[in-house]
Design a protein around this ligand. Structure first.
Ligand SMILES: Cc1cc2nc3c(=O)[nH]c(=O)nc-3n(C[C@H](O)[C@H](O)[C@H](O)COP(=O)(O)OP(=O)(O)OC[C@H]3O[C@@H](n4cnc5c(N)ncnc54)[C@H](O)[C@@H]3O)c2cc1C
Ligand code: FES
Length: 274
């Protein structure tokens, strides 16, 4: 799929949680072509001293409305500046979006039972995958972890999606670091229990996808290796070009140094050298 560079009008840019914003962009070509797990490289207007684009996964794509959703967390200059962009500003209501970039999630062809694990803002890049799996009638369980209840901003969308399962409806399993919602502590204990109880019931998962902080991805990758379940992870790296040319985003793997932007961001977890 060739890369598309679109001038995308900002339809919405709202605060949805602590340091968390939902940006809806009118990006018709990318909305039609993006696959779950791929990302867009965004040039933010009004930042002349910061020319580099910023990479963001696509949370949802809606070809009917020509829009894509991005869930972003403010961590520095660019993401702070993004919060000031508004649909009604004359000069700051359009961003340049390059995409779809990268390797998408690739569940095994005959997957029957999947477990998706999202930590923090990492819940967003898994949502389109969840849609794809539910549509294909794959039994899909979801574990979401966040610091607090307010930061579990994707929970509502997952609840609605999973309740559209004909059978076997299970709400997302949640954990919060402060215990304000769901299990207190990290999401890894929920993942370990889910893998264990699925194996004991002789209905093991045949696919796990995880996105979030690297320690979470590494821990889940180890649990999956121990349970002999195929696992994919989405690796975040600082990116300059986003098209495979500058090598600023390398990930150490058993196949050598690979570029997160074009060889990833989604990798077979057993190949990542953590
Ligand atoms: C493939 C991919 C998908 C991503 N998807 C999302 C998403 O859906 N939502 C979201 O909130 N964020 C996402 N990120 C991270 C996002 O790109 C960075 O948070 C953003 O570029 C930071 O820009 P800044 O100017 O605010 O930060 P800066 O001022 O440049 O840096 C502030 C801090 O953020 C860290 N940082 C900067 N860039 C990255 C990066 N690319 N990855 C990890 N840490 C970084 C820096 O090390 C520094 O500590 C993704 C990153 C990648 C590589
Ligand atoms: S960002 Fe340049 S090679 Fe990946």
């Amino acid at each position: 799929m060739p890369l598309i560079n679109e001038q995308a009008r900002i339809v919405e840019n709202e605060c949805v949680g602590p340091r968390l914003y939902l940006m809806v962009l009118e990006s018709p070509q990318i909305a039609k072509t993006i696959k779950p797990g791929q990302f867009v490289h965004v040039r933010i207007p009004g930042m002349p001293d910061h020319i580099l684009r910023r990479p963001f996964s696509v949370y949802a794509a809606n070809p009917a409305t020509n829009t894509i959703d991005i869930l972003y967390q403010t961590v520095g200059y660019g993401t702070d500046f993004m919060t000031t962009l508004t649909p009604d500003s004359a000069s700051l209501s359009v961003v340049e979006v390059l995409g779809p970039v990268g390797r998408c999630w690739m569940p095994p062809e005959h997957v029957k039972r999947a477990l998706l694990v999202g930590g923090g803002v990492g819940a967003a890049p898994l949502y389109m995958l969840a849609e794809q799996l539910v549509k294909a009638q794959v039994h899909t369980d979801v574990v979401l972890g966040a610091q607090t209840e307010q930061a579990l901003v994707c929970r509502g969308r997952y609840e609605v999606l999973l309740s559209s399962h004909e059978a076997d409806v299970v709400a997302p399993l949640c954990s919060t670091d402060d215990g304000s919602y769901g299990r207190a502590g990290f999401a890894t204990s929920l993942v370990a229990e889910a893998l264990e109880s699925a194996a004991q019931a002789a209905r093991p998962y045949d696919y796990v996808a995880v996105c979030g902080p690297e320690p979470l991805m590494r821990a889940v990758a180890e649990l999956c290796a121990g349970a002999n379940v195929y696992c994919e992870v989405s690796m975040e790296r600082r990116m300059a070009c986003g098209i495979g040319a500058c090598l600023s985003c390398v990930v150490e793997t058993t196949d050598g140094k690979l570029r997160a932007c074009v060889d990833g961001p989604v990798f077979d977890a057993t190949k990542v050298v953590w």
